[in-house]
Design a protein around this ligand. Structure first.
Ligand SMILES: Cc1ncc(COP(=O)(O)O)c(C=O)c1O
Length: 462
């Protein structure tokens, strides 16, 4: 088939696109040797929860384009806001200048945020939002005369992004272990355990996690700057849930031992857990919250690090004091991205206030349990908010799978033939659709995941 390229006259065949991609692209988080052997898929357009490839095939976007497309694709209100902003200005720096939608977005975010968060520092991706929180905490302790407080405590299997600070604060050995020699010193506490489907908790245990955290804090409080973790669920670790009330306990410990609390809401924020801020569920009042992904609804790169007036004020002084925070990016607070985020937040508020998001979450959980609850190749199911995970397992009496079997990947590749796009995490399937997904689309999602799952199991003899 012929398709138009970004220029208005150039055309390229699908096979030419395949060739350019194979010869010149290097995709993120992808073993390229493996990728080169896959059939390629070039997404050409999107509408609602659906993406269309260059052959006109349509796919349900089961991972919301890596957890970002909160309102699906081509939302008419967001598109219009973006067009209006393009007619005004596409980019103008936030370094020493402001613009109307940047100022308004900061105000809106702070108004919906937990009590003490009063300032928004913008950046352009989740890793940078984390990097900024870490640096603000580090510099704050220097500015208040406690420079020895610079250790970060993170949760086991925490993933906060791929920049060096984010990797140091995280504990994702599988992704980042090889960079250990370049990472700064940090401490780790275990994650609590909690199995939940459709809001119902079947087992939970936070005691060891909290006990280890308290031990670390009590023995090194004078050296610790901050504790960082994702509240409610560790998304990139495979939707590992935490018992309700856990984040509040961590907040108490942070207050007791005088360290900052940084919440990574890059994944769980912006409606993914049913509220704008996931920490609202427990009334947690952190020192920093990091947002990205759904903040700009998957349209444009935008992130925000929210913090308190107390931290902000420590950075004030005359220029010579050197107290200013010297960190920023070319596209910090980009006007187009800020415009999209404003419209997206407005729509998210409507989705929550109308009760629609709550109803969608309830149906998503019910159908998930109904379709996969008793499946013999499902080791465990986890779901909270609009996020779910299935851990696949060999049938009873079968040999364990090896890493190279790539069972999760095989299921996701087969799902494409059923009109469904998903991304696995090893042998787990992560399901993170747009928040606006309809009931019939939820039915489609689970039915068309079950088919390739069963076909793959049959193919590999399970
Ligand atoms: C919880 C969490 N934190 C941070 C990040 C990093 O965000 P980004 O990929 O925008 O740098 C991610 C990305 O998946 C994430 O899921």
């Amino acid at each position: 088939m012929k398709l138009a390229s970004s220029g208005d006259s150039a055309v390229a065949t699908k096979s030419l696109l395949d060739q350019w991609d194979r010869e010149h692209s290097w995709h993120p988080f992808t073993q390229m040797e493996e990728y080169a052997a896959w059939p390629q898929l070039h997404v050409e357009r999107g509408e609602g929860c659906w993406l269309y490839d260059t052959d006109g095939n349509r796919y349900l976007d089961g991972n919301a384009s890596i957890w970002a497309a909160a309102h699906g694709h081509g939302d008419p209100e967001i598109d219009q806001a973006l067009k209006d902003q393009i007619d005004r200005v596409a980019h103008s720096t936030y370094l020493g200048l402001s613009h109307p939608n940047g100022a308004l977005l900061g105000k809106k975010l702070v108004e919906s945020a937990p009590r003490d968060l009063k300032r928004a520092v913008f950046s352009d991706n989740g890793s940078n939002a984390i990097e900024i929180a870490l640096k603000l905490s580090f510099q704050y302790w220097q500015l208040v005369g406690k420079p020895e407080k610079r250790l970060i405590v993170g949760m086991a299997d925490g993933y906060h992004g791929d920049t060096f600070g984010a990797m140091s604060a995280g504990n994702s050995q599988a992704f980042h272990g090889r960079f250990d020699p370049w990472l700064f010193e940090s401490r780790v506490f275990p994650a609590p355990s909690c199995d939940t489907v459709n809001g119902a908790v079947s087992s939970e245990d936070a005691s060891e996690s909290l006990a280890v955290l308290e031990k670390i804090l009590s023995s090194e409080r004078d050296r610790i700057a901050a504790v960082i973790f994702e509240p409610l669920a560790q998304g990139p670790a495979g939707m590992r849930m935490q018992p309700m009330g856990f984040a509040k306990e961590v907040e108490h410990l942070c207050r007791q031992y005088g360290v900052h609390l940084i919440l990574d809401e890059v994944f769980v924020g912006c409606g993914r857990m049913g509220k704008i801020f996931a920490c609202e569920w427990e009334g947690v009042n952190p020192d920093f919250v990091c947002l990205a992904k759904g903040l700009s609804a998957g349209y444009l790169p935008l992130a925000a690090t929210l913090t308190t007036e107390r931290i902000y004020e420590a950075f004030l002084g005359d220029f010579e004091s050197g107290r200013a925070f010297f960190h920023g990016h070319t596209f910090t607070g980009n006007p187009l991205a800020a415009t999209v985020a404003l419209k997206s937040l407005e729509k998210l508020e409507r989705l929550i206030e109308s009760g629609r998001l709550e109803r969608t979450i309830a149906y998503f959980g019910e159908r998930f349990e109904a379709v996969f609850g008793d499946h013999s190749n499902v080791g465990s199911l986890r779901q909270r908010g609009m996020a779910a995970a299935i851990d696949l397992t060999p049938g009873e009496g079968r040999e364990p799978w090896s890493l190279n079997d790539r069972v999760g990947l095989q299921v996701c590749m087969a799902a494409r033939d059923c009109g469904l796009l998903l991304r696995p995490l090893l042998d787990s399937i992560l399901i993170v659709p747009p928040l606006t997904i309809g009931a019939d689309e939820i039915d489609f999602l689970f039915d068309n995941l079950k088919k390739p799952l069963e076909a793959t199991m049959k193919k590999i003899g399970n």
